[in-house]
Unconditional design. Sequence first.
Length: 401
Amino acid sequence: MKKFVFFLAVLLFAATVNAVNLDINSVTYSPSPGVPGQYVDLWVVVKNTSGAESGNVDFILDLDYPFSLDPGILAEKNLGKIRGNDSILVKLKVRIDSEALNGTYTVRMRTVEEGTSSKSTPYNIDVKRISPQIEIISAEPVEIASGQVTGINLNLKNIGSGKALDVLVGSIEDRTVTSTGVVVEREIKQLGSSFVYLNELTQGQEETVVIILGVNPEADQQTYMMPITIKFKDEELTEYSSTKYIGIKVTQNAEMDSVISGYSVKPFSGGTTEITFDLFNVGAGDAKSLVVELSTEAGVFDNTKQFIGTMSADDFDSFKAEIKLNNDLQKGEYPVTVAMKYKDQYGAEEIAVKTLMLKVYDITEISTEEFNIWFYIVVLIVLFFVGRFLYKKFIKKNNMK
């Protein structure tokens, strides 16, 4: 009997020595705290604390709200066999629901060896909502002419965490104070309502609002920094306010126009004439390095380019260009393209193209008109000499008596 008891004790001791013990040895996560709507990387060390090799081991992660895994990612990972006193690192990317509130949430982990499950190990993860943060990621247009009223499209994005409520966007600073205390009125001001309202802006959401800006007609041609104030609340109704800046370039654009003001000889098929072109700058800015290019299918210009130079705002100039008309033209009007190329005040190249109509006459009309003119000239000369003769013969003679 004593031998049997001794033998049983030896068996129990051997079984205890060879038993496999799997532990969740350590757990870490990053970032800490976790942020709603983002991921945390979870690192878990599974250790075989016995001296014997384990059987086939599965690691299982049990998740409750607000945690989840992306579709297609399994919460169970096969680790294979773990040698005695060895460890295996398990890494999982866990998503936190975007609506999760601040707090501490628990995930549970366990191992299964050859169908035998270990006890569940809890682990706490802190979740803290980062404040909403609204930024202006684009603004269009960025160029406005002086005296102009324009709608500016502001593209907003909530790059923070959590929902922004009761969002107000606008420019409330209509003047600035210099370092010396001088108050200077801004050249660009918002028109209409001071703010544009958005009900909410969720995490990562983009939204476009339009504010109406007016530019002082006397504003200098330069780039102005326009302050835009953004106000909102988070979901705990904490209020936030920040001022962003957008750059607005104020321009004074030239506006070129042209007309045909006259001919040296009325144009006719096969003839040559000199055309007078008048140029006008009816815009608010200067047209620099102005070059005019002429083209038409009605004939050939002796010089297709004319350099004008700088035309100031509200300025006028003219030039003449000789053209040899084609021989097969019929009576009527033919287009002449006048391309006016120039540079604005910032050196950017601009072009204004006008299509003017060249009137071509029938040669017989011109001959008849010229004949009529000479006829009237002859008649006037004859009348002059007849009148002079009559004056000398009758009026002057009578006066001498």
